[in-house]
Design a protein around this ligand. Structure first.
Ligand SMILES: Cc1cc2nc3c(=O)[nH]c(=O)nc-3n(C[C@H](O)[C@H](O)[C@H](O)COP(=O)(O)OP(=O)(O)OC[C@H]3O[C@@H](n4cnc5c(N)ncnc54)[C@H](O)[C@@H]3O)c2cc1C
Length: 443
């Protein structure tokens, strides 16, 4: 991230600091720095959900595996996200059907469901005061084709054996008192949870079984070595591994053998968290259901256990927002979405504002597979990683164990060159265009 235009001065250092999740964390986790020299079968670079899920899955097969994390575990997107877990991918399922046909799109949906179940079971194993799991996710829709949307939901339910409830405007208002939306899709199987607590609990359980997780241990250079790979770490450690897996999310950098920086986009999205709102919100936003909307550059929000409102917002490829800007814009958006309650939102404080990076390919699907012999990529989950990262990790695990058949479906999505700096500007222009369309639809 060379240029100032692309970097956020608030985010130098460990990105998880100064988030609500860190300030209220119900779990702690720490791991040593990697120093010295070691050999292993599989080296995982990146300690977000993708890296942790893969390490956890490989540990069941006695494969010696080391995980290196540059900062602290889950200090990237995995520990600071909105905390929504729903089936599917970043790309809409019907869009996938258009691209791949129903049969292959259904195969992808099943893979995403397996990741969703894995995540749900993980959350359910953890004390509920720590995981903070709550079922029910509502998609609030702004649409002038309501009956078409309703029939799409029925078709989707039949085809994928789901039970999404279509809510007409008067039913939607029981969950969300905003004039900006026309109908809703309620999924009572999907859930919200505290991502940082859950990631740390997962890391703790892996560490107690197999160890070999290292924090503050950035991989600084990776080269091919005796048919495998040799990685050097920031404090002079050396690891020789038969296989290497990049799980670096939107935090990738140019690391010798990988050229992720030439293939993926690192986009940014932000979260603002208000002061505790007491009874101010009763009847305005449901206390139990997490809500996101159907706009491409959309919002996602939910009430936290201490009755603060978490408001997820914005996506951008350049011109990163400072904490002050996130806080200001959160307030402005709240007044726009809840015009009758503008006075309440004018008076409240937004106590937290942070942003995190998302790895995206231009087709919005994960980048999953081989870059070179024994060099695997497990990344690019965009804004929909909480089920897709473990789903994809299980395919990489299978490939490491010798079964590559399921992973082949991702061959169609292997990203090509991202266009460098120009590509990044093009991505920003595209996002701005989407934002304008969103505004016109909502006006
Ligand atoms: C604000 C925000 C809100 C979101 N909300 C949701 C949501 O509600 N639901 C949902 O499903 N998804 C959401 N997402 C997306 C989701 O969080 C991501 O898709 C997912 O966490 C990606 O996981 P990951 O392991 O690939 O990447 P990350 O969690 O970003 O992990 C990558 C890790 O790699 C490390 N790393 C990078 N380079 C090196 C190196 N050289 N050496 C060692 N370590 C390195 C980084 O430090 C980082 O910890 C959100 C994302 C953000 C940013």
């Amino acid at each position: 991230m060379g240029s100032d235009l692309f970097s956020n001065p608030d985010q130098w250092g460990n990105p998880i600091q100064n988030t609500w999740y860190e300030d209220t964390a119900g779990t702690s986790f720490s791991a040593p720095i990697f120093e010295g020299k070691e050999d292993c079968d599989t080296l995982i670079i990146g300690g977000g959900l993708a890296g942790l899920a893969l390490k956890s899955m490989l540990s069941e097969y006695q494969i010696s595996c080391i995980l290196l994390e540059e900062n602290t575990i889950a200090s990237g997107a995995s520990g600071m996200n909105g905390g929504f877990c729903t089936p599917g991918w970043s790309v809409d399922q019907l869009q996938l059907e258009n691209w791949l046909g129903v049969s292959r799109a259904s195969q992808l949906y099943s893979i995403s469901l397996a990741g969703f179940q894995w995540m749900k079971e993980l959350c359910q194993k953890i004390d509920s005061s720590i995981s903070q799991i709550k079922h029910g996710v509502l998609k609030a829709c702004s649409s002038n084709k309501i009956s078409k949307l309703e029939s799409k939901v029925h078709i989707f339910n039949e085809k994928y054996e789901e039970s999404i409830h279509f809510l007409k405007k008067d039913e939607l208002l029981q969950y969300l008192l905003s004039p900006r939306y026309d109908c809703g899709l309620l999924d009572l199987q999907s859930f919200q949870f505290n991502p940082l607590n859950v990631m740390r609990s997962l890391a703790f359980s892996i560490q107690s079984k197999t160890g070999k997780i290292f924090e503050n241990s950035k991989a600084t250079d990776v080269v091919g070595y005796k048919g495998g790979y040799r990685a050097r770490t920031f404090y002079g450690g050396v690891i020789n591994a038969k296989r290497l897996v990049f799980c670096t999310g939107g935090y990738f950098s140019n690391l010798g053998v990988s050229s992720l920086n030439k293939k993926l986009f690192s986009l940014q999205t932000s979260i603002g968290v208000t002061q505790p709102l007491g009874q101010n919100l009763s009847g305005i936003i449901s206390n139990n259901i997490a809500i996101h909307d159907n706009r491409r550059a959309g919002n996602y929000f939910r009430i936290l256990p201490d009755r603060r409102l978490l408001w997820g917002r914005d996506i951008r490829a350049i011109g990163m927002q400072t904490r002050r800007q996130i806080i200001y814009n959160t307030k402005e958006e709240l007044k726009f979405f809840f015009p009758k309650q503008a006075k309440i939102f004018d008076d409240i404080e937004v106590d937290y504002g942070w942003s995190g990076k998302l790895g995206y390919s231009s087709n919005l699907m994960p980048y999953l597979g081989f870059m070179k012999p024994n060099l695997f990529i497990l990344t690019g989950f965009g804004g929909h990683g909480m089920n897709t990262a473990p789903a994809a990790a299980s395919l990489i695990r299978d490939a490491i164990l010798g079964n590559r058949s399921k992973m082949q479906i991702f061959e169609d999505f292997i990203p090509t060159w991202n266009g460098g700096v120009l590509g990044r500007y093009a991505a920003e222009m595209y996002i701005r265009w989407l934002k304008i369309c969103d505004q016109i639809n909502m006006a």
